[in-house]
Design a protein around this ligand. Structure first.
Ligand code: AMP
Length: 614
C-alpha cells in the first residue's frame, strides 16, 4: 500500500501510464480552488481509448458487445463494427448541432444503441447524462433540467418481465415539464429503421474524436436517489478512466479475454463503469442484458453464464438475495465452469447471502468478492484485491482500502476512530475517479462532501475498521438506530435476521420509544414456501438476540412480501421510517414498486391493531 504522498501519486501515475495518451500530463495532481485536477495538461479521449486503439492494435474482429434480452434476441458487435457505428453516430450528432460541452440526456434501455450514443457523445467531447429508463416523468424532467440537456434520446419501449414498458410518453411529458431548453427529442422504435436513418445522417460527415484535456467532463450522472434532490456527479475524461481501469485490474482482475457480465443497468454508475467503459478499455467482451434477471425463469442467469461462457460477473446483493429466494437447484442445472469470479457492490453483501453463493452454489471454487463504492467515486474504493486466498475474505466486510485510497473512519467531530469503533467513513485525499464537482452546484459539492467533517470527504456511510484494516459497513450514517446508549446500524440488524434460514430479506428502521430513545421496527420477507407464524416470529427474535445481544431491542416485526427499494435495488429505509411514524415518505419517484409502500403500511396497521386488541 502506498504510504507517503509521493508514493501515492507515483502509484496513480503508474496506473495512468497503463493507458495511451495523446499528450502526457504536466502534473499528476494539483488542488484547484475547492476542487482538484488529476493529470493536468494531459490529452486523451475516453471513447478513443475504448475503441480506436484496440482496432489499430488488430483486434477489430474481437467481440465487444453481446446484447441479450429476455425475449431471446442475441446480437454480437465486434470492436470494428462498434467503432464504425460510433463514428457514424458521432457525425450524426454533429449534424444535429451537438458539439463539445453540450449535454444530452439518454433515457434508453440497456441495449447497444444506447451504448453507441454514450460513446459517440464522449467521442465528440459532448457530455451525456444517462437517466435510468424506469424513472417517471417528474424525476426525468428534473434531471433533464439540471443537466441543461439540449437533446433527449429514447426508445419507444423497454422489455421487462415479458411485457413492453412504454418510454416515449414519459419522455414527452418530461420534456414538456422541463421547459424550453430541449431543442430536439430522438425516438428510436425497437422495430423499424429509425436507428439506421439516424446513423445515415452521419454518412459523409465528421465522426472524428475531439482531443480532450484530462479534466474536462465526459459525463454527468445523478446519484441513485436516496436523497430527495438529485446530485449530478461529474466524471472526467482522464482521471475517471485511470480510476476504473486500475481498480478493474486490481479488484476484479479484468483482462482482454474476459467475457464480462455486469447485471446492472446503464442508468447507474456500475453500468457506466463496468458494463461500458472499463470492459471496453480492457478490450473485453461485455454482455449487454436488458430485462429482469429471473425472467423467463429462475435459471436465466445461470443459463446465460453457461451459454455465453461468462468469466466475470458483477452483480448486487439484491440480485444475490433474489436468486437465493429460488434456492440452488436452478444453478446446479448449469455448467458454470467458465466463471472465474463474482464481484458484488451496491449494498452490504450480508454474510448469509455471501455464504450461499460462495459455498452452496459455487462450492468455494471461485471467489465471491464484496467491494464498496459510490456514484461519486466512479469505481471501487474498498475491496479485496483479486487473487487473494479465500481465507482472507471476511464475510460481511467489504474488504480493505484499495491501493491509492486514503480511507479513514472518523467521529462526526473529526477524530480518528479506534479499531472497532463505529464512525463515519471518510477519504483523506481525492483519487482520480472521484467526482471533482457537482454539475451546476459547486457550493453544494463543497458543503455536502468536504465540509461536513472539515477537510475530508464525507461518504455518509457509518462503518468501522477492524485491527487488520477490514471495513465493516453498518448502514447510512443518518439511519443509525440509537437504542439506549447504543448505536446500531440498520445493516447489522438486517444481517442478523438473514442468519435465519427462512428469511430472504429484511429492512429495519428506528421508532421513537419513551424508555429507550428508539427501538427497532423490522420488516421481513420470507423465502419461497415459508409461511409467517407466531412460532417463526419467536425464532427470528431469538436469532437477532443471539447475534446482537439484548441491546438490539426489536419493538415490532412485520412480515411483508416485498420491501420498498430504489430502482437500483437499495432498501429505502426512509420509507419504512415514514410508515412507522405515519408520516409523509417524501419523494418516492425513485422507488421500484409503489405497492411495497402500501404493503408495509398494511402490515404495520395490522400489527398495531392486533397489539391494541391484545
Ligand atoms: P450510489 O450513490 O447509488 O452509488 O450508492 C452508494 C452507496 O451504496 C454507498 O454510500 C453505500 O451506502 C452503498 N454501498 C455501495 N456498495 C456497498 C457495499 N459493498 N457495502 C455496503 N454499502 C455499499
Amino acid at each position: 500500500d502506498p504510504r507517503s504522498v509521493s508514493e501515492r501519486l507515483d502509484f496513480w501515475a503508474a496506473a495512468a501510464a497503463e493507458l495511451p495518451w495523446f499528450h502526457p500530463w504536466e502534473r499528476v495532481f494539483e488542488p484547484a480552488g475547492r476542487s482538484f485536477r488529476w493529470f493536468a495538461g494531459a490529452e486523451t479521449n475516453l471513447a478513443w481509448n475504448c475503441l480506436d486503439r484496440h482496432v489499430s492494435a488488430g483486434r477489430a474482429e474481437h467481440t465487444a458487445l453481446v446484447s441479450v434480452n429476455e425475449r431471446g434476441d442475441r446480437r454480437t458487435t465486434t470492436y470494428g463494427q462498434l467503432l464504425g457505428e460510433v463514428e457514424r453516430a458521432a457525425a450524426a450528432l454533429r449534424s444535429l448541432g451537438i458539439g463539445k460541452g453540450d449535454r444530452l440526456t439518454i433515457y434508453m434501455p440497456t441495449a447497444p444503441e444506447a451504448i453507441v450514443l454514450m460513446l459517440a457523445t464522449v467521442r465528440i467531447g459532448a457530455i451525456h447524462s444517462v437517466v435510468f429508463a424506469g424513472f417517471g416523468p417528474g424525476a426525468l424532467a428534473e434531471r433533464i433540467r439540471a443537466s441543461g440537456s439540449r437533446l433527449v434520446c429514447t426508445a419507444d419501449v423497454t422489455y421487462r418481465k415479458g411485457g413492453d414498458v412504454p418510454l416515449e410518453p414519459i419522455v414527452e411529458e418530461a420534456v414538456r415539464l422541463a421547459g424550453e431548453q430541449v431543442e430536439e427529442t430522438l425516438v428510436f422504435p425497437r422495430e423499424g429503421n429509425a436507428w439506421d436513418e439516424f446513423l445515415q445522417k452521419g454518412d459523409g460527415g465528421d465522426g472524428s474524436h475531439v482531443v480532450m484535456e484530462a479534466n474536462e467532463p465526459a459525463f454527468i450522472l445523478a446519484t441513485s436517489g436516496t436523497t430527495a434532490k438529485p446530485k449530478l456527479a461529474v466524471h472526467t475524461q482522464g482521471g475517471y478512466q485511470v480510476g476504473i481501469h486500475a481498480m478493474g485490474r486490481i479488484c476484479f482482475g479484468m483482462r482482454p479475454d474476459d467475457v464480462w457480465w455486469s447485471t446492472s443497468d446503464i442508468g447507474w454508475v456500475v453500468g457506466h463503469s463496468y458494463i461500458v467503459y472499463a470492459p471496453l478499455l480492457f478490450g473485453c467482451t461485455t454482455i449487454v442484458y436488458e430485462g429482469a434477471l429471473d425472467h423467463p425463469d429462475a435459471g436465466t442467469v445461470w443459463q446465460l453464464i453457461e451459454e455465453l461462457g461468462v468469466s466475470g460477473v458483477f452483480t448486487s446483493p439484491t440480485a444475490v438475495r433474489l436468486l437465493m429466494r429460488y434456492g440452488e437447484e436452478p444453478a446446479r442445472a448449469h455448467d458454470l465452469g467458465s466463471l472465474e469470479r463474482v464481484v458484488c457492490a451496491g449494498e452490504v453483501l450480508n454474510a448469509p447471502a455471501w455464504e450461499w453463493l460462495q459455498k452452496t452454489v459455487l462450492g468455494d471454487r471461485i471467489p465471491v468478492v464484496d467491494h464498496w463504492w459510490q456514484t461519486e467515486t466512479g469505481g471501487p474504493v474498498i475491496g479485496n484485491p483479486y487473487g487473494l486466498e479465500l481465507e482472507e475474505i471476511r464475510p460481511g466486510s467489504a474488504g480493505r482500502p484499495l491501493p491509492g485510497m486514503e480511507v479513514e473512519v472518523m467521529t462526526p467531530e473529526g477524530r480518528e476512530c479506534e479499531p472497532g469503533e463505529k464512525g463515519i467513513l471518510t477519504f483523506r485525499e481525492p483519487f482520480p475517479s472521484l467526482t471533482p464537482t457537482l454539475w451546476g452546484e459547486p457550493e453544494r459539492y463543497v458543503r455536502d462532501y468536504w465540509e461536513r467533517i472539515p477537510g475530508v470527504w464525507f461518504t455518509g456511510d457509518s462503518a468501522q475498521m477492524d485491527e487488520d484494516g477490514y471495513v465493516w459497513f453498518a448502514g447510512r450514517a443518518d439511519e443509525v438506530i440509537k437504542v439506549a446508549a447504543h448505536r446500531i446500524g440498520t445493516v447489522e440488524v438486517e444481517t442478523a435476521f438473514l442468519q435465519h434460514p427462512a428469511v430472504a430479506e429484511a429492512g429495519v428502521t428506528g421508532r421513537p420509544d419513551e424508555v429507550r430513545g428508539e427501538v427497532i421496527s423490522a420488516f421481513v420477507v420470507l423465502k419461497q414456501g415459508k409461511e409467517p407464524s407466531e412460532e417463526l416470529r419467536g425464532e427470528l427474535l431469538q436469532t437477532v438476540r443471539r447475534e446482537l445481544g439484548p441491546v438490539a431491542v426489536i419493538g415490532e416485526l412485520q412480515f411483508v412480501s416485498t420491501l420498498p427499494k430504489t430502482r437500483s435495488g437499495k432498501i429505502m429505509r426512509r420509507v419504512l421510517k415514514a410508515v412507522v411514524l405515519d408520516s409523509d415518505p417524501g419523494d418516492i419517484t425513485t422507488i421500484e414498486d409503489e405497492g411495497s409502500v402500501e404493503e408495509a403500511r398494511r402490515a404495520w396497521e395490522e400489527l398495531r391493531s392486533s397489539v391494541s386488541r391484545a
